[in-house]
Design a protein around this ligand. Structure first.
Ligand SMILES: [Zn+2]
Length: 292
């Protein structure tokens, strides 16, 4: 698919127009295969396709991207980048280990990009039976700063999250936060996604992020758009869920009783609230009881 700068900008404005009023999935004419490159700050873009978002940072010395999310998407992302700059991709950041995010980076490896992840991802990424994940070149333990041209992208490890090696990705100067699968604003997501979702640890990540990082722009892993207000609301959801489940457990209630009795009316307008909330109550109870 050949993209021009004009078509990218036009689809970006269409996406923003839809995203501001309705959830993306609800827009009848929305085509998730269509690549959308949205400029958030000078040289800082959100690339969206197939309901996956990546950060794209363009500098005079090259480009930084996050999460290829499959070969087809990586190739389309590279085409869209070439409409912005003639520079190569220098760094690919893996937000976390899950294969749906990490596969498909070979096109960037071929142009000399270095791949970066939190150190606990290395072993997990090596388990891909389809062998489609480029292994990390650079790993870090607590914090790592990528500096390229006039831009800096920081990776923070705030502990377990969705999986064990989630990087909280932050641009300190541009005040951009990339919060991947742990932040899906306005959405009580499907139960099958909760297996690796360490709820207590994710609440901890929200609190450390709010305490330590300054941001005025937020990219979510899969939702079309977010904001500091949506991030705060999502934190309130996690805190309210924790508080309700915690006090129920302290009062001696079983998980089955909690699933029937807990309601979080502030969030009843969120997509998936009615059908999916009981599974989230169960997962939070498991996380409190089991520690992960
Ligand atoms: Zn994801």
């Amino acid at each position: 698919m050949k993209l021009t700068k004009a078509s990218i900008l036009m689809s970006a404005s269409l996406l923003l127009a839809t995203a501001s009023s309705t959830p993306l999935a609800a827009a009848p004419d929305f085509d998730p295969s269509k690549p959308v490159m949205t400029e958030l700050k000078s040289g800082v873009y959100q690339y969206s396709q197939f309901f996956y978002n990546s950060l794209v940072v363009v500098t005079d010395e090259g480009v930084i991207v996050t999460d290829p999310s499959g070969e087809v998407r990586a190739e389309a992302m590279w085409e869209a980048i070439q409409a912005l700059t003639s520079k190569p991709v220098k760094y690919v950041i893996y937000s976390h280990d899950h294969f749906d995010h990490s596969r498909g980076g070979q096109i960037f490896k071929a142009q000399g990009a270095e791949f970066v992840s939190q150190e606990k991802c290395t072993e997990l990424l090596s388990r891909d039976l389809e062998d489609r994940v480029v292994e990390p070149d650079i790993t870090y333990e607590d914090k790592y700063a990528i500096k390229l041209g006039d831009k800096q992208v920081d990776l923070h490890y705030f502990g377990p999250n969705d999986g064990d090696c989630m990087s909280v990705i932050h641009m300190p100067k541009e005040k951009v936060l990339l919060a991947m699968d742990w932040h899906l604003p306005g959405y009580v997501n499907e139960p099958y996604r909760l297996n690796t979702h360490n709820y207590v640890a994710i609440l901890n990540t929200f609190e450390r992020t709010l305490q330590q990082l300054e941001f005025d722009t937020v990219i979510s892993g899969h939702m079309p758009s977010s904001s500091p207000q949506a991030f705060q609301e999502d934190h309130r959801f996690h805190k309210a869920l924790f508080d309700a489940v915690w006090s129920g457990i302290q009062a001696g209630k079983t998980t089955e009783e909690l699933k029937k009795s807990i309601k979080l009316p502030e969030f009843s307008h969120w997509r998936g609230y009615e059908e999916n909330l009981p599974a989230h109550i169960e997962r939070m109870a498991y996380s409190i009881w089991h520690g992960n």
